[in-house]
Structure formats: structure tokens, C-alpha cells
Design a protein around this ligand. Structure first.
Ligand SMILES: Cc1cc2nc3c(=O)[nH]c(=O)nc-3n(C[C@H](O)[C@H](O)[C@H](O)COP(=O)(O)OP(=O)(O)OC[C@H]3O[C@@H](n4cnc5c(N)ncnc54)[C@H](O)[C@@H]3O)c2cc1C
Length: 418
């Protein structure tokens, strides 16, 4: 068989999309994956339900979720953004639904449905998949990529797309190999660090409240007494500390503040209530429970799993009777519920981080093609790039958009060569 050859390394979200699109554009595509299965990380995404994109319609707002680097994605999103992504999946029979926070999920089933659509896409394009085949090295001559050395084999191509992901959840296959290939091609790699990562706390009480999902709470990070960040939403208590969307989304700042050695967190358990309203509410509850001990008066106010931690920190003896609790004590309790102190003790690390921050330096990548500015027939897509967004479908959307554009551009580059 002859024709332009595109080699895609990595069969995750970005690699599957890139391979499918390159094939659709007429290239002969080889997809190399070191696992036996494709999309190992996708399968875990969204707790197995796959939050595949966000229903945010305003492009500026969408891109701003990636911080200042978000503008790099403008061109890719204009070509293949959230609307095109939804069309792509719905044209392959995947119905989606929008949930809280504009998160988009498959209507029925979970991540496997998303993977099946992508596998159909590459099958239709006649993509050859090399499974269980680890890429070891990239050979470059005279500013052009020639071949990839795989374990026990070599694979030549006219264009190459590197989609090996970051360093997060290495058990899914993303062990940072692509950074080595990028460096070999002469690219700078911005130091990869864990992002969207659970936070370890010095306090031990979350262990007994593990699994408790606190909805509508607010978390504030202070560094040297100054507020650095504040998020409102869902927080999960775990055996080591905190996780869930707001902890994850603040994790990079928490990690930085911990490294500087002066971080403090405060949890507002009742952000919708002012101090005065909360104090009055506490007063009514204590009246209702007159005759009972303080520790037995909080069940209308707090989830059961949290009561021991609040009682232990409260400025009120646990066995004090409700009717004897003073106005001052009620106010202090309200204050505790609005500013419950937590002591961060670092992040859990790459093994548990949802994404990697850092990666191939965007200044050396053409945002219109995802092509290397250093090696003309080399392209990058997905988490290997120095791009990371918050939870909510942003990271997968980045993979779909950059994968699509990289696949298409690689097919064009390969055609030119052939
Ligand atoms: C638990 C979890 C839940 C998540 N949930 C969501 C979610 O709901 N929504 C969302 O938007 N994002 C979510 N994310 C993030 C999102 O899944 C990733 O950002 C995305 O999957 C990255 O895709 P990728 O293709 O760039 O890399 P990966 O999915 O990491 O794929 C890279 C592939 O390359 C292969 N590979 C690596 N090195 C080599 C090599 N040397 N040779 C051959 N193959 C190689 C790997 O085996 C892997 O299959 C989640 C992440 C995790 C860990």
C-alpha cells in the first residue's frame, strides 16, 4: 500500500482523535499504544462516566478556564470546538446530557461509549493499531522526523503526532515519555507538576468522615494571611484530607503555598448565610433542642459525619446543655462554621492528579496546526502540551480540539511529503 503515512504515538483521547482525523483526510495511519487497550485513562474519566466537554457556549469564557495560555487554543476551538465535538459524538449515536456546572456526560452508559465512538472512527478510517508497543525513541535527521523506534520494531512515517499525555495517573500508561521525544526534537518542556490533585491535610479527622461529599461549601486559601484563592461548590472528605472539584481546582495554588510553607485553608460550611443569620439559626436550633447536650443539637445544621469535627473544635463543652449556651458561644460557633480551619500538607502527587500542568512549550508550537516550529513534520496534541484546565470537561475538550487539528495537519504534511 502506498500513500502518505502518519504515525500517531499514544492511544488516549487526543491520539484517537488525531488518528481518526488523519485517516479521514486520506492518510495511512499507524497508531502506536503501549497498553493492550486504547483509552485507559478515558475509561476512568468522570468516575467512569466521562465528562467529555462543557456546555459553556461563550468561547472567551471557555478558553479563559485555561488561564492566559487559553488563547493558544483559539484557532483549534474555532475549527473543532465543543459544538463540533457534540456533533461528532451524536453523529456516532452517542446522546449526551448537561448536568450541574454545564458538565456534559453521555446520556446513558459511561466512558466506554465515548471510547467505542472513537474506536469506530479509527476503524472506519482503516487505522492500523499497534497495541502493547512502546515507543522508545524518535529519530530525527536534517530537521525532519524519520522514524520512531518501538520496542522490537521501527516505524517510518511522513508525519508524526505525539499524544503520549502527561505524567498523571501513570498506571494508565502516561509516564511522561513524550517529554523525552519532544526534548529530542529540540523542544523546551515546561516543568510538569501535578494539577487537579487531592490535598493532604495535617488534621486526621477527615479519616472518620471519609466519603462525605459536602455540597455548596466554600474553600478559601490564605498565604501569609492574604487570600489567594476562593472556590464555591463540592468538596469530598477522604482518608488523607480533601478532594472533589473545589479542592482539585485549587490544588495548584495550594501546592505552591505549601511549598512556600505558609498555607492555611478555611472551610465555610454555610456560605449562603451571613454571620448574623447563621447565629440566629443556631439560636433557634438550640431552643428546639433545649435539655439536650450541645453535641446532640447539631443534626439539623450539619451532616452527621461532620459533627464530631465541629464539636471537637467548637468553643463549647460537648456536654453543655443547649439552654445554657451563651450568646457569645453561639456567635463563636457561627464563626467556626464560617471559617473552619484546615491545615494543608501538600498534594498527593502524580499518582492521583487528574492532569499535569506544564509540558511542551506552546511558544514552539503553531496553534493553527499543532505543528512543531522546530521539526517540520512533527505534531503534538493533548495533555503533553503545556495546557491544563479546571474540572468540568475542559481538559478533554482540549484533547479533542488539539487532536483533531494535529491529525488533519499531519495528514496534509504527509501528503506534501509523499
Ligand atoms: C481519574 C481521571 C478522571 C478524569 N476525568 C476527566 C473528565 O471527566 N473530564 C475531563 O475533561 N478530563 C478528565 N480527566 C483528564 C483527561 O482524562 C485527560 O486530560 C486526557 O485523557 C488526556 O488525554 P491524552 O490523550 O492527552 O493523554 P492520555 O489519555 O494519557 O493518553 C496517552 C496515551 O499514550 C500512551 N503512551 C504513553 N507513552 C507511550 C509510549 N512511549 N509508547 C506508546 N504509547 C504511549 C499511554 O499508554 C496512553 O494510552 C481525568 C483524568 C483522570 C486521571
Amino acid at each position: 500500500m502506498s500513500g502518505p503515512r502518519v504515525v500517531v504515538i499514544g492511544g488516549g483521547a487526543a491520539g484517537l482523535m488525531a488518528a481518526g482525523r488523519a485517516a479521514e483526510k486520506g492518510a495511512r495511519v499507524i497508531l502506536v499504544e503501549k497498553n493492550q487497550t486504547l483509552g485507559a485513562k478515558l475509561l476512568l474519566s468522570g468516575k467512569g462516566r466521562c465528562n467529555l466537554t462543557s456546555a459553556e457556549e461563550d468561547m472567551e469564557t471557555f478558553l479563559s478556564a485555561f488561564g492566559p495560555k487559553g488563547k493558544f487554543l483559539y484557532s483549534a476551538f474555532s475549527r473543532f470546538g465543543p459544538a463540533e465535538t457534540l456533533d461528532f459524538f451524536s453523529s456516532r449515536g452517542l446522546k449526551t446530557k448537561v448536568e450541574r456546572g454545564k458538565r456534559v456526560f453521555p446520556e446513558k452508559g459511561g466512558s466506554e461509549k465515548v471510547i467505542n465512538c472513537l474506536i469506530d472512527y479509527i476503524r472506519q478510517g482503516g487505522v492500523t493499531v499497534y497495541r502493547n508497543r512502546e515507543a522508545l525513541n524518535l529519530e530525527i535527521r536534517d530537521g525532519r522526523a524519520l522514524r520512531f523506534i518501538l520496542r522490537g520494531q521501527e516505524v517510518e512515517g511522513d508525519a508524526f503526532v505525539i499524544c503520549t499525555g502527561g505524567r498523571s495517573f501513570p498506571k494508565t500508561g502516561s509516564t511522561g515519555d513524550g517529554y523525552r521525544f519532544a526534548k529530542r526534537a529540540g523542544h523546551e518542556v515546561v516543568q510538569p507538576v501535578p494539577a487537579l490533585c487531592p490535598v493532604r491535610l495535617k488534621e486526621k479527622w477527615p479519616l472518620s468522615a471519609r466519603g462525605l461529599n459536602l455540597k455548596n461549601v466554600s474553600l478559601t486559601l490564605l498565604k501569609d494571611g492574604t487570600v489567594i484563592s476562593r472556590r464555591f461548590g463540592e468538596l469530598l472528605l477522604t482518608h488523607f484530607g480533601i478532594s472533589g472539584p473545589i479542592a482539585m481546582d485549587m490544588s495548584r495554588e495550594i501546592g505552591d503555598a505549601c511549598a512556600a510553607g505558609n498555607a492555611a485553608l478555611f472551610l465555610d460550611l454555610k456560605p449562603a448565610l451571613t454571620m448574623d443569620v447563621l447565629t440566629a439559626r443556631i439560636g433557634r436550633d438550640l431552643e428546639k433542642y433545649a435539655g439536650k447536650m450541645f453535641q446532640d443539637c447539631l443534626k439539623d445544621l450539619l451532616p452527621g459525619g461532620l459533627i464530631p469535627a465541629v464539636v471537637q473544635k467548637a468553643p463549647i463543652p460537648p456536654d453543655k446543655r443547649a439552654e445554657y449556651i451563651s450568646a457569645e458561644e453561639k456567635k463563636n460557633l457561627a464563626h467556626l462554621l464560617k471559617e473552619y480551619p484546615l491545615t494543608p500538607d501538600g498534594l498527593l502527587g502524580f499518582d492521583w492528579s487528574i492532569v499535569t500542568s506544564g509540558g511542551v512549550d506552546l511558544r514552539e508550537i503553531d496553534p493553527k496546526t499543532m505543528g512543531s516550529r522546530i521539526v517540520e513534520n512533527l505534531f503534538f496534541a493533548g495533555e503533553i502540551l503545556d495546557l491544563d484546565g479546571p474540572t468540568g470537561g475542559f481538559n478533554l475538550q482540549m484533547c479533542w480540539s488539539t487532536g483533531y487539528v494535529a491529525g488533519e495537519s499531519a495528514a496534509s504534511a504527509a501528503c506534501r511529503e509523499n
